[in-house]
Design a protein around this ligand. Sequence first.
Ligand code: CUA
Length: 357
Amino acid sequence: MSGEVPTASRESRVQLGQMLIIGGIAAALGVALALLIDWFPVAASEEAGPIDTLWDVLLIVSVPIFVLVTTIVLYSATRFRMRPGEELMDGPPIHGNTKLEVIWTAIPAILLVALCTYAYVVLVDIEKAEANTMEVRVVGEQFTWTFFYPGQDGEEVASPQLYLPAETPVRFTVQSKDVIHDFWVPAFRMKIDAVPGIDTELRATTTDRLGEFPVVCAELCGLGHSTMRQSAHVVSQQDFDGWLEELRAGGGDAAGGGEPEAAGSTDGEELFTSAATPAACGSCHTLAAAGTNGTTGPNLDEVVPPLDEAQIRESITDPDAEVAEGFSPGLMPRYGESLSEEQVDALVEYLMEVSGK
Ligand code: CUA
């Protein structure tokens, strides 16, 4: 018996060495692969940097552990599997190993505490209040966002699109009119639930990256959840001031940079078909003349023709007054609140025209 021990322990040391080498190589490949993947959309906020770094650190720490454990499990299952003729053999008895147990408890505990501390420090940093913060109130409802800015006379002004000046800290007060939504601008990396009855808060600081970034709802909130998408326009301070001035003046035409802007369109067909407008009817409704085939709401080729002008108008501004069979009330937002009067007129006229009136 005693003569076999050196051979057996040498063999098991070789096996352990093989396991660790294979695991080490696999872990290095796993980390390299994880860091090569382009996980995030463009970054357009100051918060994006620390968040993306946090993500990379989490990958660097967790991928090797996952890969190492998986590799050792696969190695062991292959290497130490039962061979023919061993069916009735029993393995060597295993007793507790206090040293091993202390190690495998202590290492994960230290890792978890360290990573939680780091993540908490990042969270405090990205949520801290900044001087000269701009205030925007965000209201979610099925299935649209409305953004409120301070007006001149203490009244708020509403916009269907989010405009923000570059390099400015913004505090969003987030609310919901109906169910739980989630206000998310992936390019800012920040998101927060919009909960009926309470105000939630989100901070983000825009960078010098100008452009249009998606605003999405990140909480399943009903049939039209996937259509609850708008845009965050980050523009120069000058363009922003101009846009806000137009919005305050009540122009449905508020635009950044003086360019024609879909959000303020008064073209009925564009309002119906373009997802960049606050109406975007086609994303939920089928209408042959517009070439749209949404099925979230009633097929307008069927329901519009019998309606007169006043009924068409009502179905846009107060959709729950009369709901088509098979559809639930509350599904369609009251567009009288997010569209200008000219835009509602344009849509009514367009629908009258294509249904042959
Ligand atoms: Cu609102 Cu999903």
